[in-house]
Design a protein around this ligand. Structure first.
Ligand code: NAI
Length: 252
């Protein structure tokens, strides 16, 4: 499905990003997997290589524009193009009511979850617009990009911004053959969302959360990947500017 495609994924050391990197590699893509966490990233690369995939790791802090720009230049120098980009790196942030959010926590959230996506998109769009055949970008936003999540105002604001960037870029670059979509996961068990940590913070809170989800459970990372692959693939050739919700019915 992705044979001969050059695929760039951020946040690929863990969780949804790792599962995506392995899935693209299993489908024939050449995956450039980036993350700030070098040791976990090496594990992703080893897992993919053991399964016969083509993966290369790049240590990258997406909140540093110079680093983003350098990594994308390196990819283009080495592979000539970027067919698919998945901007997935992100943090969950500190939980607090808006009036108790520390400005430094707000700044960190915006730097990683919003500026990080902007920096990557900026460089990816310039490359994809210059190359023959365009490309596809999938930004990993969140259901929190579409509705409120109490005690997470910076995260909610950052993810709403990602959806705004997605829609705007989709309209600006459609005529260049570039599709830009957002995946909006609901609660998915990863390092970022760990039900045990939720209960440690507030006893019984994970059961309360579960009860809000019509399917009655949290997602496994594997359940985010079908939608992500589809958005990135030619199967979705007429889909752009969309926010695709995969949340077990939470936002229905
Ligand atoms: P995770 O914590 O398992 O993986 C996130 C990865 O991003 C980590 O490997 C981390 O090292 C990397 N990262 C963090 N800051 C970085 C930076 N400055 N530069 C480069 N890499 C950085 O989390 P998960 O759940 O897989 O999250 C992936 C995306 O999915 C995030 O954007 C998150 O907001 C989003 N999401 C997750 C949901 C969930 O319930 N797990 C729900 C909705 C959205």
């Amino acid at each position: 499905m992705f044979t001969d495609k050059i695929i760039f994924i951020t946040g690929a050391a863990n969780g949804i990003g790792r599962a995506a990197a392995l899935a693209f590699a299993a489908r024939g893509g050449t995956v450039i997997a980036a993350d700030i966490n070098a040791s976990d990233l090496a594990e992703t690369i080893n897992m993919g290589a053991a399964a016969g995939g083509k993966l290369v790791g790049k240590q990258l802090d997406v909140s540093d524009f110079a680093e983003v720009s350098t990594v994308i230049e390196e990819i283009v120098r080495e592979y000539g193009r970027i067919d698919v980009a998945v901007n997935n790196a992100g943090i969950g942030g500190v939980m607090a009511r808006l009036g108790d959010v520390r400005p430094e926590d707000w700044d960190q959230m915006m730097a990683i979850n919003t500026s990080g996506v902007f920096y990557c998109m900026r460089q990816q769009l310039r490359q994809m617009a210059a190359q023959a055949g365009g490309g596809a970008i999938v930004n990993v936003a969140s259901v929190a990009g579409l509705r409120a999540l109490p005690n997470s105002a910076p995260y909610v604001a950052a993810k709403h911004a990602v959806i705004g960037l997605t829609k705007t870029a989709a309209r600006e670059y459609a005529r260049k053959g570039i599709r830009v979509n957002a995946l909006c996961p609901g609660f998915t068990v990863t390092g970022l969302f760990d039900p045990e940590a939720v209960d440690a913070h507030s006893a019984g809170a994970s059961d309360q959360l579960r009860s809000l989800i019509p399917l009655g459970r949290f997602a496994d990372v594997s359940e985010q990947i079908g939608a992500l692959l589809w958005l990135a693939s030619s199967e979705a050739s007429f889909v752009t500017g969309m926010s695709m919700v995969v949340d077990g019915g939470l936002s229905a």
